[in-house]
Design a protein around this ligand. Sequence first.
Ligand SMILES: NC(=O)c1ccc[n+]([C@@H]2O[C@H](COP(=O)([O-])OP(=O)(O)OC[C@H]3O[C@@H](n4cnc5c(N)ncnc54)[C@H](OP(=O)(O)O)[C@@H]3O)[C@@H](O)[C@H]2O)c1
Length: 231
Amino acid sequence: MPTAQAAVAGRSGGLSGEADRTVFGLLRALADVVLVGAGTVRAEAYRPAKVGQRWAGLREGRAPAPPIAVVSGRLALDPASPLLDQAPSHARTILITAESAPADGRAALAAKADVIVAGERRVDLWAAISALTALGYRRILTEGGPHLLGEITEAGLLDELCLTVSPLLTASGAGRIIQGAGSLTERAGGRVRDGCPWLTCWRTRGTCCAVTCAGQVTRGQVTRVTSTQVR
Ligand SMILES: NC(=O)c1ccc[n+]([C@@H]2O[C@H](COP(=O)([O-])OP(=O)(O)OC[C@H]3O[C@@H](n4cnc5c(N)ncnc54)[C@H](OP(=O)(O)O)[C@@H]3O)[C@@H](O)[C@H]2O)c1
């Protein structure tokens, strides 16, 4: 279940709006773990996830917030960064790396995060997902970025893609939301209202998210939809 990407000045915040933030918060509240590439962690200065009061009921029986699981081969991450240094014990950050990762970096980061080794030269996404599932993380939300999302798609691990199309014209140097050879197989409806982002959902497996432009959430249905074509 990935959210998808573009950027203004290298970060995604400038593209967002109330409805998009609602979707973002809801998806995190639903997730058992948030899977993200190290490129996005570095560009967006990731911090531990927090789930707002609005969605607290969705976490019943689970930790108050999902941990962030970072996919990285080089492990060029700052151990003093909030993501590694300030993660609560119930959502300790997870690093997913390969055997080839620099040993010193791995040792330094292991004090601050749980480390999963999945693959030899690069992270094997199937092994990574299996390891997360074995730890009890079954609802896996990936927030990209494009290269990780491309690998996940190519590996056939993508169930659903949630995409917000922001009503903003920008000339940033962002690539496509999925970089790589993967392809998606199904397109679901979205919605458009004046001044609002288009919230859409592609499904390859599973069920679609459901949030209105006004930020209202329904069970399994997008309400007040104007059907739209997004290319
Ligand atoms: N608009 C949005 O919603 C949104 C969302 C996400 C990202 N973005 C933007 O996307 C940009 C970053 O894009 P990106 O494609 O570079 O980021 P990315 O996919 O998050 O990160 C790529 C990095 O992830 C690691 N990685 C991925 N697959 C791996 C594998 N199989 N084995 C080992 N390591 C693996 C590598 O890290 P190491 O280099 O550490 O080895 C690689 O350099 C940023 O500008 C960000 O703001 C936008």
